[in-house]
Design a protein around this ligand. Structure first.
Ligand SMILES: NC(=O)c1ccc[n+]([C@@H]2O[C@H](COP(=O)([O-])OP(=O)(O)OC[C@H]3O[C@@H](n4cnc5c(N)ncnc54)[C@H](O)[C@@H]3O)[C@@H](O)[C@H]2O)c1
Ligand SMILES: CC(C)[C@H](C(=O)O)[C@@H](O)C(=O)O
Ligand SMILES: [Mg+2]
Length: 369
């Protein structure tokens, strides 16, 4: 029997609620397969800061170091609450970015997917969604503005100033390009390279390296698109996209737009992959506005489990079953509050009921031999 250690970082806000549902699904997966999961819960985020004075405490680092994979809920506080924590200890700078850096999880895969049958979830017109949206944003996750040099102070004119640098070297660009081209090769063989080379020199290097890597993938068609134009295209014609590759900050922004065109950030799982370690997290945040109400959509967290099964545990068939189980819940007409607005015809269920229904559907699916 295969045995895997999973660090479970439930995080802040809706994190514990959606993690609870994801763990129900993991438990059933253990029962259905020749696999055992050793769950290692650990404090991470604002909750860890208030408990220990550190958003990514040493005890959590030790657990994550040992783990075969990390399942992470969203972290963070509301804008006002964040002010209670010194800026460098806040969960984003004090936990999330250090984790990305520590495990060098440079490739972030953010699927943006909505089958035609669920077009009513989207704010876009059905004719725009056509046969369905099915694209993946490949976001570089450990470079760019997020990790470049920073300085701030008072300048010669006595004005407060700040300087943040957008840094990439060719190795960082090359490795994310290989990830994007490999994914494109397995899908529609179409890669949209998103850049801003009309202004940013970083994008000029980005495009140069992309062209060098492209030679190794002659069957993949590359379409170059400026990031501002891509933002419009995601709304007006999202089905033209299959795989989109971009630097860190562009990927942060366009992936939230991805959630927007689907109808909810609750539909946005993700995988953050490094050469030696991977962690899995929803693309969205801790949703302080709905935390503790049992109304958050756990699809993003359960989808992150599916991505973990496929990428870290070599269980692609069971991963497909998890996706199918969630789609089956939607097909029966149910969803959480984010996607069941009055008049939508969708029957509203709680976070917990959604998890239970996924478990029920998955339990009825034939086991993978
Ligand atoms: N990777 C992460 O851990 C991560 C990602 C993004 C934001 N954050 C942090 O989260 C905190 C809140 O940020 P924000 O409010 O700007 O963004 P958010 O993503 O938490 O929420 C934006 C909107 O989407 C809704 N939403 C998000 N997830 C949902 C779900 N699963 N089901 C239903 N609705 C959902 C929220 O209710 C809210 O209306 C901030 O501290 C931010 O830094 C963390
Ligand atoms: C919380 C924040 C640091 C993070 C990011 O900007 O990468 C989040 O928005 C995300 O998309 O994972
Ligand atoms: Mg984001």
């Amino acid at each position: 029997m295969k045995h895997y250690k999973i660090a479970v970082l439930a995080g802040d806000g809706i994190g514990p609620e959606i993690t609870r549902e994801a763990l129900k699904v993991l438990k059933l997966i253990e029962e259905r397969n020749d696999v055992s999961f050793e769950l290692m819960p650990a404090a991470f985020g604002a909750c860890a800061y208030f408990e220990t004075g550190d958003a990514f405490p040493q005890a959590t680092i030790d657990i994550c170091d040992q783990a075969d994979a990390i399942l992470k809920g969203p972290i963070g506080l509301s804008h006002e609450e964040s002010k209670k924590i010194p800026i460098d200890k806040q969960p984003e700078r004090g936990a999330l970015l250090p984790m990305r850096r520590r495990y060098n999880t440079y490739a972030n895969f953010r699927p943006v997917s909505l089958p035609k049958a669920l077009a009513h979830f989207s704010p876009l017109k059905a004719e725009i969604i056509g046969e369905g949206i099915d694209l993946v944003i490949v976001r570089e996750l450990v470079g760019g503005l997020y990790f470049g040099q920073k300085e701030s102070g008072v300048n010669e004119q006595g004005l407060r100033y700040v300087r943040e640098t957008l840094e990439y070297d060719e190795l960082q660009i090359r490795r994310i390009m290989h990830q994007a081209f490999k994914l494109a090769s397995k899908r529609r063989k179409l890669l949209h390279n998103i850049h801003k080379s009309n202004v940013l020199k970083s994008s000029v290097l980005w495009n140069e390296v992309m062209e060098e890597v492209a030679v190794e993938y002659p069957d993949v068609t590359v379409v170059n698109m400026l990031v501002d134009s891509a933002a419009t295209a995601l709304c007006l014609n999202p089905t033209q996209f299959d795989v989109m590759v971009m630097e860190n900050m562009f990927g942060d922004i366009l992936s939230d737009q991805g959630g927007g065109i689907l109808g909810s950030l609750g539909l946005m799982p993700s995988a953050c992959i490094g050469d030696d370690k991977a962690y899995y997290e929803p693309s969205h945040g801790s949703a302080p506005d709905i935390a503790g109400k049992n109304i958050a959509n756990p699809y993003s967290m359960i989808g992150s489990v599916a991505m973990m099964l496929e990428n870290s545990f070599n269980m692609p068939e069971e991963a497909k079953n998890v996706w199918a189980a969630m789609q089956a819940v939607f097909s029966d007409g149910y969803s959480t509050a984010d996607l069941s607005k009055p008049g939508s015809g969708v029957i509203m269920i709680s976070t917990e009921q959604f998890g239970d229904k996924v478990v029920e559907k998955l339990g009825k699916m034939p086991k993978v031999s």
